[in-house]
Design a binder for this molecule. Structure first.
Ligand SMILES: *Cc1c(COP(=O)(O)O)cnc(C)c1O
Length: 226
């Protein structure tokens, strides 16, 4: 099978599974945004996804995103690009030129630098606060107990456009309780969007309220080791 047909078939299959999961949860499929995670993927697969009509992508590194997307964005003007990986404050300026949505606001310093960046570009981007739902020491994200205060600070003091929460549950444990926890924290903070669920667990995430699923390998195939 040609690469474009393979990626196109994968996309179609994932869209069907997204719709079926939404249906099981009594939600319209249009509630769920499918973000195709193109990090560490070969150029020809990214081109295949574009050719197959995909226009919503996620990247986790600013520099790699620039390589993948600087020119492609100009060619495919309706493409939406999501930052789903850690953001260093010295890369904020570049990130704000490249991305449309930031999923990884995980600390006060970054929130402040983003707020300053939005003030200078005049183009505030929708932001998600990343929550360390498993309270894992090596992982980025705001601790569940500290989320309410952090979200309040972002919204009130910094006027960041916080639209939702994002999480990556601990590897190797069933994800459902963590998705449930993220939803609970979002609800009590009046946040409507939930960025949760990847190739292995996006159906569970949708059943528990995900509005944004980040799917890489199930669309593109295995990543190239970097
Ligand atoms: C890589 C990555 C994904 C996609 O993972 P797959 O298992 O390939 O679907 C989703 N979210 C984040 C934050 C990632 O870094």
């Amino acid at each position: 099978m040609q690469l474009v047909d393979q990626v196109s078939a994968n996309l179609e299959a994932i869209r069907e599974r997204v719709a079926a999961s939404a249906d099981r949860a009594g939600r319209p499929a249009s509630d769920v945004r499918l973000i195709a995670v193109s990090k560490a993927q070969p150029e020809d697969r990214i081109d295949a996804a574009l050719e197959a009509g995909c226009r919503c992508f996620g990247e986790n590194r600013v520099q790699e995103a620039q390589q993948h997307w600087s020119e492609r964005r100009a060619r495919y003007g309706d493409t939406e690009l999501h930052l789903i990986g850690p953001l260093q404050t010295n890369k904020v300026k570049i990130a704000l030129q490249l991305f449309d949505v930031i999923h990884t606001v995980d600390r006060a310093k970054l929130a402040k630098v983003l707020a300053d960046g939005f003030a200078s570009t005049g183009r505030p981007l929708p932001c998600y606060v990343e929550i360390n739902v498993g309270q894992e020491p090596q992982k980025a994200g705001v601790l569940p107990d500290e989320t309410d205060a952090f979200v309040r600070e972002c919204r009130e003091a910094l006027e960041l456009p916080v639209v939702g929460l994002m999480c990556i549950p601990p590897f190797g444990s069933p994800p459902a309780p963590f998705f449930g926890l993220l939803r609970q924290i979002a609800e009590r903070n009046g946040l409507s969007r939930l960025s949760m669920g990847m190739s292995a667990d996006f159906e569970t995430a949708i059943e528990l309220g995900a509005t944004d699923v980040r799917v890489g390998t199930a669309i593109f195939g295995e990543r190239t080791p970097r």
